[in-house]
Write a protein that binds this ligand. Structure first.
Ligand code: SAM
Length: 276
């Protein structure tokens, strides 16, 4: 019998691909977690029916959510990741020699354990790293309790439904501001400029009202809705649109040029940043 997975991307659009086998499934306290092996995209992690990460294109997402803010900062030492249960973002962060400590806060400890067991390709370098402290906690709570601590905060969250919903609010962006050092910056994955226009506009407005510098950039991620994904940055001091340092390792998607190019927005996307 043929097996297919279908993600409902909106009321009128589904994304479907052929599945070789289901590797693991579990309903945790917070969400349904499925790890599949697909014919075309390799391994795939799905939360509540929504594709989170695949072997095929995870490097684009994780390199762009991490290296853009990290290389916009001259010396990022103390880093916070909210979410990112698959470990891909933490894996990319610890490639930076300046890093002294990574606090990694995901609300669902089972996602972390499942990804550790079934997606070691994503995260094997993370386990045993003396730089990484993993906490199972709500990111909202952690942010409220952190003051002036972080150089870079990476919000690698799920969609704004379920446990991730409140990670897309004005209050949360204010709490992030408080948790950053005086020259810190944060990034958040902020969905598709084709499918989530009102959400992106609202986030831009909120972040602009709090941070002196705001950025929006894109990357092509084929297994995410529409294949074009947005990231939002709020920065206290550094301009995120051009790197201040080169990577001293070899990413596959990120280069100084792709960093700069990712901020060059088509008119259709740029208008999402015009909040007045
Ligand atoms: N790359 C992904 C994407 O854009 O689809 C996001 C990946 S990551 C797996 C999302 C993680 O956010 C999950 O592990 C989930 O448990 C975590 N998460 C959701 N809500 C959270 C919250 N309030 N605090 C901390 N982590 C949260």
């Amino acid at each position: 019998m043929e097996l297919w997975i279908t993600e409902q991307q909106n009321e009128d659009v589904n994304f479907t691909c052929r599945v070789k086998r289901t590797i693991y499934s579990e309903k945790t306290e917070f969400q349904q977690v499925d790890i599949m092996e697909t014919e075309y995209f390799g391994k795939m992690m799905v939360l509540d029916g929504v594709i989170q990460t695949t072997t095929f294109d995870e490097f684009v997402y994780h390199e762009m959510i991490v290296h853009v803010p990290m290389l916009s900062h001259p010396d990022p030492k103390r880093i916070l990741v909210i979410g990112g249960g698959d470990g891909g973002s933490v894996r990319e962060i610890i490639r930076h020699k300046s890093v002294e400590k990574v606090d990694w806060v995901d609300i669902d400890g089972r996602v972390i354990e499942i990804c550790k067991a079934y997606l070691p390709e994503w995260n094997s370098t993370v386990w045993g790293s003396p730089l990484v402290e993993q906490k199972t906690e709500d990111g909202l709570k952690h942010m409220k309790e952190s003051q002036g601590m972080y150089d870079v905060i990476i919000v690698d969250c799920s969609d704004p439904v379920g446990p991730g919903e409140l990670l897309f609010t004005y209050e949360f962006y204010k709490d992030i501001f408080g948790a950053l050092k005086e020259d810190g910056l944060f990034v958040q994955q902020t969905e598709s400029p084709f499918y989530h226009r009102e959400l992106i506009k609202r986030i831009q407005k909120d972040v602009k009202s709090i941070y002196p510098i705001t950025g929006l950039y894109t990357a092509n991620i084929p297994t995410y809705p529409s294949g074009l994904h947005c990231f939002t940055i709020g920065s206290k001091k550094y301009d995120p649109a051009s790197p201040v340092r080169f990577a001293d390792f070899e990413p596959r998607w990120y280069t100084a040029k792709t960093h700069e190019a990712s901020f060059v927005l088509p008119r259709f996307v740029e208008e999402l940043t015009e909040t007045e």
